[in-house]
Write a protein that binds this ligand. Structure first.
Ligand SMILES: C[S@@+](CC[C@H](N)C(=O)[O-])C[C@H]1O[C@@H](n2cnc3c(N)ncnc32)[C@H](O)[C@@H]1O
Length: 155
C-alpha cells in the first residue's frame, strides 16, 4: 500500500469503529435479503462453512449461523465484530461463529478448503479500488456469482 492508501485505510477503519460505537447494531437484527437468498444457494450447493467479509455487527453472519452453517466473520472494525460476538452468545450460536479483524485489501490467511462459500454484502461499495477488489472477487473462485448489485460466491 502507498502512504495515501494507508491513510485512507486508517481513516476508513476509524470511521467504522466510531460508527459502530455510536450506533450499536445499526443495521438491525433482521438479515439482508441477499443473505437470505445466499443461504438458500449455499444449502442447495451442500456448503457448510461460510466466510463472510465485511460482516459488521453480524446481522447476516448470525442468520447463516441460525440456519446451521458455521461462519467465519471478518471485518475492518473490531467494534462491529465485538457486537457480533455478543449477539452470537445471546442467540446461542457462538459455537458456530468465529470472528477476526481483517482488511480485504490484505490477503486472508485460511487453511486450504476451510470454507465452502464466501459472502459479502455492502462491502465492495466501500472505499476500495478496482485493483483491490478484483483479485478476491474473480480469481480462483469457480462458480462465483453476483446477486444483483451485491456479491456472494460459492467456492
Ligand atoms: C455498509 S457496512 C455493511 C455491513 C454488513 N455487511 C451488513 O450488511 O450489515 C460495510 C462494512 O464493511 C466494513 N469495511 C469497510 N471497509 C473494509 C475493508 N477494507 N475491509 C474489511 N471490511 C471493511 C465496515 O467496517 C462495515 O462493517
Amino acid at each position: 500500500m502507498t502512504d495515501s492508501e494507508q491513510d485512507l485505510a486508517e481513516a476508513q477503519r476509524r470511521h467504522w469503529q466510531n460508527t459502530y460505537t455510536d450506533h450499536p447494531g445499526m443495521y438491525g437484527e433482521l438479515p439482508s435479503a441477499p443473505a437470505v437468498h445466499a443461504a438458500e444457494l449455499f444449502r442447495a450447493a451442500g456448503a457448510k462453512d461460510v466466510l463472510e467479509l465485511g460482516a459488521g455487527h453480524g446481522r447476516d453472519a448470525l442468520h447463516f449461523a441460525r440456519e446451521g452453517f458455521t461462519v467465519h466473520a471478518t471485518d475492518l472494525s473490531a467494534t462491529g465484530l465485538e457486537q457480533l460476538r455478543d449477539a452470537a452468545r445471546a442467540q446461542g450460536v457462538d459455537q458456530q461463529v468465529t470472528i477476526a479483524t481483517h482488511d480485504v485489501r490484505d490477503p486472508i490467511l485460511l487453511p486450504d478448503m476451510s470454507v465452502d462459500a464466501v459472502f459479502a454484502h455492502m462491502l465492495l461499495c466501500m472505499a476500495l479500488s478496482t485493483k483491490e477488489i478484483h483479485p478476491f472477487s474473480c480469481v480462483g473462485i469457480p462458480g462465483f456469482r453476483r446477486c444483483g448489485k451485491r456479491i456472494s460466491g460459492l467456492l
